[in-house]
Design a protein around this ligand. Structure first.
Ligand code: HEM
Length: 491
């Protein structure tokens, strides 16, 4: 154990003082309000490459773009996986999905099969469905009395849930009208994000001991607990969802034999399953359906929430976006996808700047080493974790200057930057597969919102967000006022 704790010392890499011999630095990371902010603070103290311990397992934390490029791109084959959680290890490789796949061969096959589902052409086909949901969202907004303060983040959560349910599974959950959260899927997904199950006792024990025999014991205990939990409502939300998705996928398989196939992500995935000679097994398909639901919900609603906060805070930028929409936006046209992806250039800069300042899921950007190697002069052992300190990269003055990095300045994205300087969707071959989909949804919603309303802050003094981090970095609320714009067509 002592030798283990000398890992960074032997390599002359700085390391914050250890609070616990058994848990390593985890007690600090588990107790802080924001994991990402803590890493950033340590970076300011210890530099762009430093070490932490998860239990006795060494974890590099880096914000050095050359180091990141080496791991995420150039030596990807030696760092192809993320850390396996207790749930993922317990359900095993058979149920792994493109997000959790812990074997390079499984991930590569799944990613190859799923990639065609997310091309520009497929997004174009899904756009009308997203549009239907955005129109419902606009109807909801229309019922808010002019000038009253309300939390728009709540409406965004319903919108993104609606979008993901319709686009992924073709089901209308009526979730945008369900203000009491009666919808069971909404309830379970909200529960999944409200409580980070990875922070409950057994997953914590597993994280500390994952690469020792005790890790295996945690897996056994988890399976045992699952077996003796007969009460459905007591099931962890993610386990519940996974089991219920199964029924849903099964129904669709049966339906496809008798009905004309629908155009949604599930169908696109099912087509991919049928057409590929390597195939996704039905359980893998199920697991990927689940991951699309989980990955597409909170990330996108949070991105929209941060965008709205920035709109309220920067009235001049909002006006510029509005002028761009006056020039290019015509929501009734059939080429909406082309307008969104190529005409709304300032909107693109705006969204990028929001995601630079507020990356929704920085913790996810990490890799595990699967083969001893050298990276930028450091020798890295198999099993070691590499966590990217995304906030330090995004707020690095050298990478993002000359304008001060704490200022909101969309035009900074006009300048060519280091390819690894912008990481809200991760980097390299294992970058976010749903990026195109998320950006389409965010931009479509913002275009409708800004062209109809002026967004105002709840108060012009001290208008700040309270951000905390469980699985993602989320604001408690985004309180705004809206004022209908007077346009020639509204007279
Ligand atoms: C603004 C919204 C979103 C953000 C900020 C975001 C961010 C991320 C990040 C940081 C990663 C890890 C990448 C890496 O490790 O290099 C990731 C992976 C992933 N995301 Fe997203 N995401 C968003 C929306 C979506 C949506 C809408 C979907 C699905 C429809 C999705 C599906 C996935 C999947 C499947 C992976 C795993 C990819 C792999 O391991 O091959 N994401 N996302």
């Amino acid at each position: 154990v002592y030798q283990r704790f000398c890992y960074f010392k032997n390599r002359s890499i700085p390391c914050p003082p250890l609070p616990s011999i058994f848990l390593g630095h985890l007690p600090i990371l588990w107790s802080v309000k924001s994991h990402a902010e803590q890493l950033r603070q340590w970076t300011q103290q210890y530099g762009s490459v430093y070490g932490l311990f998860e239990g006795i397992r060494p974890m590099y934390v880096t914000s050095d773009v050359a180091f990141i490029e080496e791991i995420f791109v150039k030596q990807f084959h030696r760092f192809p996986i993320r850390r396996l959680t207790l749930l993922n290890r317990s359900i095993g490789h058979k149920l792994s999905n493109v997000f959790s796949a812990g074997l390079l061969s499984i991930w590569r096959r799944q990613r190859r099969i799923l990639t065609p589902t997310f091309t520009g052409a497929k997004m174009r086909r899904l756009l009308p469905t997203v549009d239907t949901c955005v129109n419902l969202f606009m109807d909801k907004l229309n019922t808010v009395p002019s000038g009253s303060i309300f939390n728009i983040y709540e409406l965004y959560k319903r919108l993104t849930m609606d979008v993901i349910c319709r686009c992924a599974f073709g089901i209308d959950t009526d979730v945008q009208n369900d203000m009491e959260n009666q919808n069971i899927y909404m309830k379970k997904v909200a529960e999944m994000f409200a409580k980070n199950h990875e922070l409950t006792l057994l997953p914590r024990m597993y994280r500390v001991t994952s690469h020792t025999v005790f890790g295996g014991i945690c897996v056994l205990l988890f399976k045992l607990k699952r077996l003796i939990t007969t009460n459905e409502s007591k099931l962890q939300a993610n386990v519940w969802l996974l089991e219920h998705m199964n029924e849903f996928v099964q129904q669709r398989f049966n339906k496809t034999e008798t009905h004309k196939p629908t155009s949604d992500l599930l169908q696109l995935m099912m087509n991919a399953v049928h057409s590929d000679k390597d195939m996704l097994t039905p359980t893998e398909l199920l697991s990927n359906v689940f991951v699309v639901l989980a990955a597409g919900f909170e990330t996108t609603s949070t991105a929209l929430a941060y965008c709205t906060y920035c709109l309220a805070l920067h009235q001049d930028i909002q006006e510029k976006l509005y002028q761009e929409l006056v020039e290019h936006w015509c929501p009734d046209e059939t080429n909406t996808y082309d307008i969104i992806s190529s005409k709304l250039t300032f909107m693109d800069l705006f969204v990028r700047e929001v995601l630079r300042m507020y990356p929704p899921v920085p913790q996810v950007v990490h890799r595990q080493c699967t083969e001893n190697t050298h990276v930028a002069g450091h020798d890295i052992r198999k099993g070691t974790l590499i966590q990217i300190d995304v906030l330090s990269v995004h707020y690095d003055q050298e990478l993002w200057g000359p304008e001060p990095v704490n200022e909101f300045h969309p035009e900074r994205h006009l300048q060519k930057r280091h390819p690894l300087a912008f990481l809200p969707f991760g980097a390299g071959p294992r970058t976010c597969i749903g990026m195109r989909f998320a950006l389409m949804e965010v931009k479509l919603c913002l275009a409708q919102l800004i062209s109809t309303y002026r967004i105002l802050p709840s108060s012009f003094e001290d208008y700040k967000l309270n951000i905390t981090e469980q699985l993602s970095m989320t604001p408690d609320s985004v309180c705004i006022k809206v004022e209908k714009r007077i346009t020639s067509s509204s007279h």
